[in-house]
Design a binder for this molecule. Structure first.
Ligand code: CU
Length: 321
């Protein structure tokens, strides 16, 4: 009797211990976390709610991101359907065929059912294959699609722990070498206070050519629903077409050192005219007529830009870059 009581007590205690764990997980999932100091607004999610409560993505503002995010709801609904079906059948069987107090007879014992085996192998295979086709289609035809003309071309270099945005002239493409001429505007900065801002035009495809100076980083803007690695010695090209003006926070999404958590940046998407006057104000010209020999104008957006210190080596990351 005592043994029974203590084992029941132990089970009850174990269940109680789960409560704070489950609570912490739920809290982490529901909390609206917005630590980005670069001005990311608490964007509404796909249901138009500002609380990012059930883990759905923020409102997405790029053409490419909207295509990706469009996959989210159908795939989620398929997962919900499968969950309800499997759990429902499981619960039904557990309850319907549970051991009753009357009678000790075993139920009818079944060994294998080829038809059933084939069905529950083929149906998931077809489901996964359809998901593969649908998402590959978005990846190839939307996310990785290449345009002929670009509203802006920006060479992005990630370094520990900041970013360099070097603006190129979209009209200056040398088709032989694939090279552009710089317009003479470079924005750089790093650290929490000195996070740089990438000003871009809305409504036009922007070409980003991404690389890294030292270790692998990742360029990530949640509102663009997009993340891509910055790899030393390799250029990752991608396009974004921002549909809505605004300031969108971004950050490095690949652990790159102790100050990785401070490696923020922002994208300031403006109307074309606004963008061009910003470029001109900073000494650049967007469409042709740029003297490639002109000295680059460096726009520092933070006081400590250029003096970002690696807490491990106590060296300025400028030396590494
Ligand atoms: Cu990082």
């Amino acid at each position: 009797m005592r043994i029974l009581a203590s084992s029941g007590l132990r089970r009850r205690l174990a269940q109680l211990a789960l409560v704070p764990v489950v609570g912490a997980v739920l809290a982490a999932c529901t909390e609206q976390v917005n630590h980005n100091p670069t001005g990311d607004q608490a964007a509404p999610n796909l249901f138009g709610e500002t609380a990012n409560g059930i883990g759905f993505p923020h409102e997405v503002v790029t053409t490419q991101g909207i295509a990706s995010a469009g996959l989210y709801l159908p795939i989620f609904l398929i997962a919900v359907f499968i969950f309800v079906l499997v759990e429902g059948l499981l619960l039904f069987l557990v309850l319907r065929y549970r051991k009753r107090s009357t009678g000790d007879d075993l139920p009818q014992q079944t060994h294998g059912n080829n038809k059933l085996e084939i069905i529950w192998t083929v149906v998931p295979m077809i489901t996964v294959f359809i998901l593969f086709l649908v998402s590959t289609n978005v990846l190839v035809n939307d996310v990785n699609a290449k345009s002929e003309d670009h509203g802006a071309v920006v060479d992005v270099q990630a370094f520990r722990f900041g970013w360099i945005f070097d603006y190129q002239d979209p009209g200056s493409l040398d088709k032989q070498t694939g090279e552009y001429q710089p317009v003479g505007v470079t924005v750089t900065g790093g650290g929490r206070e000195g996070a740089p801002t990438m000003v871009l035009p809305v409504g036009e495809p922007v070409l980003i050519r991404l690389t890294a100076a030292d270790v692998i980083h990742s360029w990530y803007v949640p509102s663009f629903f997009f993340k891509r690695d910055a790899i030393p010695g390799h250029i990752n090209e991608f396009e974004i077409t921002i549909e809505k003006p605004g300031v969108y926070g971004g950050q490095c999404a690949e652990f790159c050192g102790l100050a990785h958590g401070d490696m923020y940046f922002a994208v300031d998407a403006r109307d074309k005219a606004d963008y061009e006057s910003w470029l001109a104000e900073n000494g650049g010209a967007a469409t042709g007529g740029v003297d490639p020999g002109a000295d680059a104008e460096t726009v520092n957006t933070g006081e400590d830009a250029g003096t970002i210190t690696d807490p491990v080596t106590e060296q300025s990351s400028e030396e590494d870059a």
